[in-house]
Write a protein that binds this ligand. Sequence first.
Ligand code: NAG
Ligand code: NAG
Ligand code: NAG
Ligand code: NAG
Ligand code: NAG
Ligand code: NAG
Ligand code: NAG
Ligand code: NAG
Ligand code: NAG
Length: 660
Amino acid sequence: MHTHSLLYIIFCTLGVSAEFYVIDDRIGLGREFDGIGGLSGGGATSRLLVNYEEPYRSQILDFLFKPNFGASLHILKVEIGGDAQTTDGTEPSHMHSKDDVDFYRGYEWWLMKEAKKRNPYIKLIGLPWAFPGWVGQQTQWPYFFPNITANYVVSWIIGAKQHHNLDIDYVGIWNEKEYDATYIKVLRDTLDQNGLTDVGIIAADGDWGISKAMAQDPYLNDAIEVIGVHYPGTNTVKEALWTEKKLWSSEDYSTFNDDIGAGCWARILNQNYLNGRMTSTISWNLIASYYEDLSFGGDGLMTAEQPWSGHYVVESPIWITAHTTQFAQPGWFYLQTVGNLTQGGSYVALTDRRGNLTIVIETMTHDHSQCIRPPLPQFDVSPQTVTFQLKGSFAHVTELQVWYSKLDFETKNATLFQQRGPVKVYNGFFTLKLDVDEVYTITTVITGNRGFYKEPPKSSPFPKNYSDDFKIDNPPFSEAPYFADQTGVFEYFRNVTDKGLHAFTLRQVITEQPVTWARDADQTISIIGDYNWTDLNVSCDVLIETPNTGGVFLAARVDQGGESVRQAKGVFYWLYSNGTFKVTNDISGHRVLAEGLSGTKAGIWYTLTLSVKGYFASGMLNGYPLWKNAVVLEPKRGWAALGTYSFEYAQFDNFNVNAD
Ligand SMILES: *[C@@H]1O[C@H](CO)[C@@H](O)[C@H](O)[C@H]1NC(C)=O
Ligand SMILES: *[C@@H]1O[C@H](CO)[C@@H](O)[C@H](O)[C@H]1NC(C)=O
Ligand SMILES: *[C@@H]1O[C@H](CO)[C@@H](O)[C@H](O)[C@H]1NC(C)=O
Ligand SMILES: *[C@@H]1O[C@H](CO)[C@@H](O)[C@H](O)[C@H]1NC(C)=O
Ligand SMILES: *[C@@H]1O[C@H](CO)[C@@H](O)[C@H](O)[C@H]1NC(C)=O
Ligand SMILES: *[C@@H]1O[C@H](CO)[C@@H](O)[C@H](O)[C@H]1NC(C)=O
Ligand SMILES: *[C@@H]1O[C@H](CO)[C@@H](O)[C@H](O)[C@H]1NC(C)=O
Ligand SMILES: *[C@@H]1O[C@H](CO)[C@@H](O)[C@H](O)[C@H]1NC(C)=O
Ligand SMILES: *[C@@H]1O[C@H](CO)[C@@H](O)[C@H](O)[C@H]1NC(C)=O
């Protein structure tokens, strides 16, 4: 007390605003810390990552997952692919139909294994956004038969173990959609019956509403291990606190990953606990590894959207994450002594209960409305001097490590995750001068480390000439490089009875509408290339498999995908199995630019060629002109694409594009 008053007098005399903050574990601890995570999926957000060449791909994975290197994430959450568009693409299901099962589709299995390789303690979460049509019995309602959906989800968890030796720690319900209490209980029973008693249910990846239902339904309450909410704006509700369950922000951030995004992330990480008692926060998304012109381009903790060049960027949110993840682990506890700083900003403190202490301080000023979601509490921040007093187990600490970041929203000249000389603690006291837009970690932990690789290759656009004959034995992934499915699923296909030219192809394999999450198109489509492409020639061999009513297309200047794929415009050259062709300005086929007879039918391979130059497009069939000079006023640019008329099987081979 005496020392307090003395220091206070000194500071006041100097005209510096100074404030005391006590860090003490004798009054009891706060909640258990469950870790910081990243979300791959919802959807297809890591699509381009898998196609990076080594060593770049491993370097990127190190920045995300390797302990004491970069973001050092504690949790990896992935989408359980449901064959439907879930924001930036579709992710394939392990069961396209009820008799089909394959645990080697997509890239989430691979990503989980890479994460585990680097950090065996990383927690894994699976969550469905969409479901194959058969799961919902063609109703768009996945709870029609709760047992079918539960068996489907549990089969994913069992397959993860059997085929990839991955232990899934938590599973969710249906991302940001309605939950069904009966389904949650059936899911719990199904997990238990399969010996998966350790797999916890997170519910319901929406708002706090479920906590009220839990208060009224003890069986529902028992079934749920974690209340997971999205974009809580750092706040919780009293009903959630009353459940005494773990509270998580199971999806958060969703902001462009520049310094402004990093500032939002710094606030969220501290304040989700401070204001909302949430003990885990998961970033949507893990890594911006999808074509930038899709929905929410450039979100994520870092950027890797150019596998063709090897270029990637370790963005500032990686280092903001490190401020917490490298100095506190799941199983540590928050202290009760956490709070706001009087001149703005916040601090949290955590301990391993064995003498280690980590304090994370943030003083972010920037306009909170820039955090796309959620709107965070607003308050002014100004420079301040703070004095911490360590008590209880920490009273005898004499020195603390210091890690420092400062964001600069104007010059964009940030200092990120820099180790500074240790701070001396005198009789339990230490003082810091805080400026605005800073993050400090003050800690007993000495293993902090800023990982480093030499600069990756320079950024370069997608190659102007690109081709793929899909001829590959045992492909490492089910999807061909750079093709990003936006409705339907396009997989490598091996026709073992075909001894001729088309034994290896790319095949669209979804034959009924899934239980969707976003507004998938009625057609299937996979995009590729550069959004800035204007004039180009694209050709592809195509095989319509459905007689009479089937069809396929090849397209250029496709201007939209993701959640707005239904509105995609471009130049779409369609070939049908009823002997006709069409050229349309949109994927939905309403704006017809040309049409006529083609003599085409199912079961025969054709070569389609589409040329677009300025305001004109023309098309060939098997090398002969079929139509020409169709007038294309807009769009001016976009990706190349291929796809089908409906949810139907069809194959593609010898894809080739030349752009100007
Ligand atoms: C699911 O439950 C329904 C009736 O509720 C039953 O008819 C069906 O056989 C069950 N299916 C499975 C896969 O258990
Ligand atoms: C911290 O300050 C913000 C902004 O004034 C406020 O909304 C929040 O309730 C405060 N939190 C605590 C734990 O005092
Ligand atoms: C802190 O953590 C380290 C490693 O995690 C451990 O070796 C040490 O005993 C802990 N306690 C203190 C007081 O540093
Ligand atoms: C960026 O900041 C560093 C110190 O943090 C300083 O040395 C450098 O001059 C700054 N550069 C610019 C362009 O402001
Ligand atoms: C691309 O292909 C076109 C024609 O196929 C050829 O004329 C051109 O030289 C190629 N460009 C590059 C960069 O390889
Ligand atoms: C596989 O190839 C055989 C022989 O060319 C052909 O008859 C059959 O239709 C092909 N199957 C598929 C699914 O394309
Ligand atoms: C397209 O061009 C614009 C400038 O015209 C550029 O800012 C953008 O990064 C380019 N997009 C791609 C995918 O290269
Ligand atoms: C041919 O098939 C397509 C797709 O099923 C359909 O849109 C079109 O109307 C058909 N044309 C004729 C002439 O039957
Ligand atoms: C497209 O093909 C036409 C005709 O063969 C050719 O004149 C043109 O240069 C090609 N354009 C590109 C971008 O390769």
